[in-house]
Design a protein around this ligand. Structure first.
Ligand code: PLP
Length: 232
């Protein structure tokens, strides 16, 4: 087994354990957790290794880097997610090359993505990025501004609003981790009720905090380091 295959197996084991743990607490069955492999900075060969070990969904943070890898991996059926900041001069490329965007934080960017998404492609699946920790340096819309953004994004014809994403402050305090992820879940529930939406996706949890995220209802965890190693 390659190192990446072994790491993937270890991550799948962590996810399954966290799902069992949270399933034993909630009376109703939670939706299964999707593992998204964050391959930013890693070469095509690393993605091929992960793909050979059964991984299908990959995420990139830089548009051109992601597109370059996609073009050399055309022989493999993969799903591509974009998780980095979307600049307005990159929306056309993102709309053409990705299946999902997790990092919608401005209405204008969402409008451009909808206008530029080709009719031949399925709608672009999107999440709103929420700044749950309120750090000034962090991307994402504030929880207070989320309803307006959700209302306008959900009306765009070529986007499908699937849910919310967050990157909380780095902390090894498990209670604070749980609190941030609970905030995102409660916001999703409140927006669904208030706006009559049916968002079904909580994109939360990374290599160091996936257990806390799954305990609070994550449906997609975004894992880089624990699969590919540390980025230099
Ligand atoms: C890099 C990145 C990740 C992966 O983080 P790890 O700690 O390496 O697992 C997840 N989400 C986003 C948005 C990222 O940019």
């Amino acid at each position: 087994m390659t190192a990446i295959a072994a790491n993937l197996q270890a991550v799948r084991t962590r996810i399954a354990a966290a799902e069992r743990e949270s399933g034993s607490r909630s009376s109703h069955g939670a939706p299964p957790v999707t593992l998204l492999a964050v391959s930013k900075t890693w070469p095509e060969a690393a993605i091929r290794e992960a793909s050979a070990a059964g991984q299908r969904a990959f995420a990139e943070s830089y548009v051109q880097e992601g597109i370059d890898k996609q073009s050399s991996l055309q022989d493999v059926p993969l799903e591509w997610h974009f998780v980095g900041p979307v600049q307005s001069n990159k929306t056309r490329l993102v709309a053409a090359h990705f299946d999902w965007v997790h990092s919608i934080e401005r209405e204008k960017i969402a409008q451009r993505l909808s206008e530029q998404r080709e009719p031949s492609l399925p709608p672009l699946q999107v999440c709103l990025q929420i700044n749950v920790s309120g750090e000034a340096s962090k991307s994402g819309v504030s929880p207070a501004a989320a309803a307006n953004l959700a209302r306008s994004v959900s009306a765009l014809p070529r986007l499908k609003l699937r849910g919310l994403m967050c990157i909380p402050e780095a902390t090894d305090d498990p209670l604070l981790q749980r609190h941030r992820f609970a905030q995102l879940r409660q916001l999703l529930e409140a927006l669904n009720a208030e706006l009559g939406l049916n968002m079904d996706t909580l994109s939360m949890g990374m290599s160091d905090d996936l257990e806390a995220a799954i305990a609070e209802g994550a449906t997609i965890v975004r894992i880089g380091t624990a699969i590919f190693g540390s980025r230099s």
